[in-house]
Design a protein around this ligand. Structure first.
Ligand SMILES: C[S@@+](CC[C@H](N)C(=O)[O-])C[C@H]1O[C@@H](n2cnc3c(N)ncnc32)[C@H](O)[C@@H]1O
Length: 230
């Protein structure tokens, strides 16, 4: 296991600072829609997206220390001020610090595929996660998820339709303006397909209960958490 190097970039927000600031939007100088990338890896996707969308703020979230360091470095090199980086488990972060209908979009690119069948339960995108996304998205807010793993894509496509979260489709390619992450590039360069999913929060008039993590929730450790995926 690698040692965890302290992250000193001003773009990095330790959990203590998030707690102290009162509300996540207070982390930004300009109040504008807030989107979140879950599992930002080395930060190439969020750097490109934030550069092309200056009218939004972004949170780049990952549990991987080296990835957060590399993300901060990329954002600093690009002189972007509309992104903050958090090293936290995404579901714990959302359920602990965010209000209902506070996220304009979620981006989840090539999450850990957990290829062995007995590990599929560890996959991030599942029915429970869709309920979390539905609760925290603003009305009309979108969720984008892509994976190179067909079995992951099939599993997500087969999830029951959820009122209030419209499934807009699965395609074999990403939209032209959608930046490519490191993992996406890796698979596309090999000529492998990327399965791309698009959801939208719709106003069905229902009130949903705030999602809670099960008592004793322990996020699964991932291979990339301490070791390098950069
Ligand atoms: C396979 S890598 C993909 C990285 C990047 N999205 C890309 O496409 O290049 C998956 C990333 O998700 C992070 N991750 C996995 N589970 C997570 C969770 N529950 N919360 C936050 N980050 C997570 C891992 O640490 C890793 O950096």
């Amino acid at each position: 296991m690698q040692r965890v190097i302290p992250i000193t970039s001003p773009l990095f927000v330790p959990e203590t600072s998030l707690k102290a600031c009162g509300a996540p939007e207070m982390l930004f100088a300009h109040q504008q829609p807030l989107a979140m990338e879950i599992g930002c890896g080395i930060g190439d996707f969020i750097t490109a997206l934030a550069a092309q969308t200056p009218q939004w703020n972004f949170l780049a979230v990952d549990i991987y220390n080296q990835g957060c360091i590399k993300t901060c470095r990329r954002l600093t090199e690009a002189a972007l001020e509309n992104v903050r980086v958090l090293r936290m488990e995404a579901r714990a972060l959302l359920t602990s610090y965010f209000d209902e209908a506070s996220i304009a979009a979620f981006y989840i690119n090539c999450p850990d595929p957990w290829p062995k069948k007995r590990h599929h339960y560890r996959r991030l995108v599942n029915a429970e996660f869709l309920r979390i996304a539905r609760y925290f998205l603003v009305h009309g807010g979108e969720m984008f998820f892509c994976t190179d793993f067909e079995s992951y894509a099939d599993e997500v496509e087969q999830l029951p339709q959820m009122p209030g979260l419209e499934f807009l489709g699965r395609t074999a390619a990403t939209p032209a303006e959608y930046p490519h992450s490191k993992y996406m590039r890796r698979f596309l360069e090999k000529g492998l397909p990327i399965h791309f999913f698009h959801y939208r929060k719709s106003d069905d008039g229902a009130r949903y209960e705030r999602p809670q993590l099960a008592p004793g929730f322990r996020r699964p450790r991932t291979r990339t958490e301490e070791t390098s995926c950069g």
